[in-house]
Design a protein around this ligand. Sequence first.
Ligand SMILES: NC(=O)C1=CN([C@@H]2O[C@H](COP(=O)(O)OP(=O)(O)OC[C@H]3O[C@@H](n4cnc5c(N)ncnc54)[C@H](OP(=O)(O)O)[C@@H]3O)[C@@H](O)[C@H]2O)C=CC1
Ligand SMILES: CC(C)(CO)C(=O)C(=O)O
Length: 346
Amino acid sequence: MARQEKTIVIAGAGSIGCYVGGCLALAGRKVILLARPRIEAAVRKAGLRVSDLDGRDRCIAPGALTVTTDPAAALSGADIVLVTVKSGATEEMGALIAAHARLDATVVSLQNGVGNAERLRAGLPGRRVFAGMVPFNVVRSPGGEAPLRVHRASEGKVLIEDGAADLAGQLAVEGLAVETHRDMKSVLWGKLLMNLNNALVALSDLPLATELADRRWRLVLSGQMEEALVAMKASGIKPARIAGLRPALLPKVLRLPDWLFKVLARRMLAIDPAARSSMWDDLQHGRPTEIDELQGAILRLAHKAGTRAPLLEQVTALVREAEREKQGSPGLTPDAIMRAKAAQSR
Ligand SMILES: NC(=O)C1=CN([C@@H]2O[C@H](COP(=O)(O)OP(=O)(O)OC[C@H]3O[C@@H](n4cnc5c(N)ncnc54)[C@H](OP(=O)(O)O)[C@@H]3O)[C@@H](O)[C@H]2O)C=CC1
Ligand SMILES: CC(C)(CO)C(=O)C(=O)O
């Protein structure tokens, strides 16, 4: 039976939104990008280029993709709304959806952090809101490159909460693998463990692959993960496996010598050399980061459970300082982070 055509709205078309929307549009889905004026102007002028580390590289002509800055125009005809704003804009986007989208529209959060779907639900009572998880990084070309390019820089399947008939079928297209999952709570906490590295990439100014290949950085990540796993265990949270390795094994594998890590963690290292992290993007653009939804979520858990998390506290403080200074990444070394932690605990 032919699939009924749905209108899919990307609510906050930045890196993830343009990549997901671009893949869906290339597959013939009806897509509307709700974007800021600079992205709207770029897409209207020169279209969108969608590429990935498997070698796919496609252009969408201007006019072949609807893009608008007007929330009413974008959202009023939506069957599916994919929320791709940063966590700090979740409530605002929720309010726009409440004001303009039909009551029967399906809303999916494709954001990092463990609380965004809940935050959307709180602002959208009676509506169908689903949690989602995007495992891969997307690199957006610097402003000025035409057409605007979004490049998927790592692998992985998008997971979405089970429960909406054919939602995964509507969203799974070439370049965008999508599956449903019954336990999104575990998936989101599992992704949060991986996202503890976003801050390290942001503080180091290094590409993700370079940073992960250096054991001194992996020791900092491993230390954060250990604190997080203790807090999760004390709170009865069982994080799902995201990067191919059991969460309990991650800190141990990260501590291995470089040569052995490269062999055992091939999947984690399959990253485009240019990829960094969404938090690095935020620091570079002088925007607030998602530190409160990432490290902050674990710190709140640790506080409640009475477990210790001094390294997570230190990393959070350093990101906050960089946010305040608005000078981009401070380009710290792993030693500087560990020294700051040691000084703090004296
Ligand atoms: N980038 C990545 O590789 C990955 C990101 N994620 C997660 O996905 C989510 C989205 O990240 P990412 O795509 O990087 O974020 P971006 O900042 O690149 O994109 C979000 C976009 O939404 C825009 N926006 C915010 N509010 C509105 C509004 N009311 N109307 C129109 N546009 C709006 C923002 O504009 P402005 O900045 O002007 O507010 C921005 O352009 C985050 O939770 C992130 O952690 C997950 C996996 C990987
Ligand atoms: C880098 C990645 C894919 C995992 O930490 C990410 O989620 C991000 O950039 O926000």
